[in-house]
Write a protein that binds this ligand. Sequence first.
Ligand code: PGA
Length: 244
Amino acid sequence: MVYSSLEERKSNTTALSPMKLVIANFKSHKTPAQYQEWVKTYASYINKYSQTSEVALAPAYPSLSLVANEAASLPATSLAVQDISPFPAGAYTGAVNPLNLDGLHVKYAIVGHSERRQYFHETSQEVANKVHEALAAGITPIVCVTKDQVMEQANAIESNERSKILVAFEPIEHIGTGISDSPENIEATKELVIEAFGNVPYIYGGSVNEKTEKEILTNPNIDGFLVGSASLDAVRFEEVLAKI
Ligand code: PGA
């Protein structure tokens, strides 16, 4: 059976294993032609994993529409943006807000990624504003935090919006290194996240790849994974999905 959303699959008691949300964050990589190639390979195998994973593809903005068209007919696949404007539609040169995304069926927006905070000097308040704009348009924010940012980020987000998001624990020291955090630290950080945000879905990101321990990839307390480097090659990405 193919379900239309993670929620639907989670609530289906006949599902064989708990569903994970797997976000492919392509960052600033790939040409439009390379996205096309990637989706072609992905389309050849995704059906096999549609009972265990919902895959959210987060391409670079210029290829969003291309990926949206290619992925629209695929099972278990949804679309995410890597960032969203903290402002509503208006005179904000360079910003992309939900109005600009109308018709593309964007389901998630990654916000507050450590690369945005580091290289674009994004603050927790700006991230909170992005959460507000995304939610107002029916897009679910995936809020990225390090352990140190958990409390500050939760406090910056309006209290009635805190429970409507997904939180991704992203330890900077593990991003792009090839080595994921320990199962113990990932579990321990979940406690902090739940304390600060409430009972929100909990995502882990930081060198999730085909070598990541099964203990992490199949942990029922982790609702999903943000995959950077290991998503860039569609064949390698399948190896990750196969372990979930
Ligand atoms: P990585 O990136 O998988 O390359 O560590 C993850 C991320 O930045 O979310």
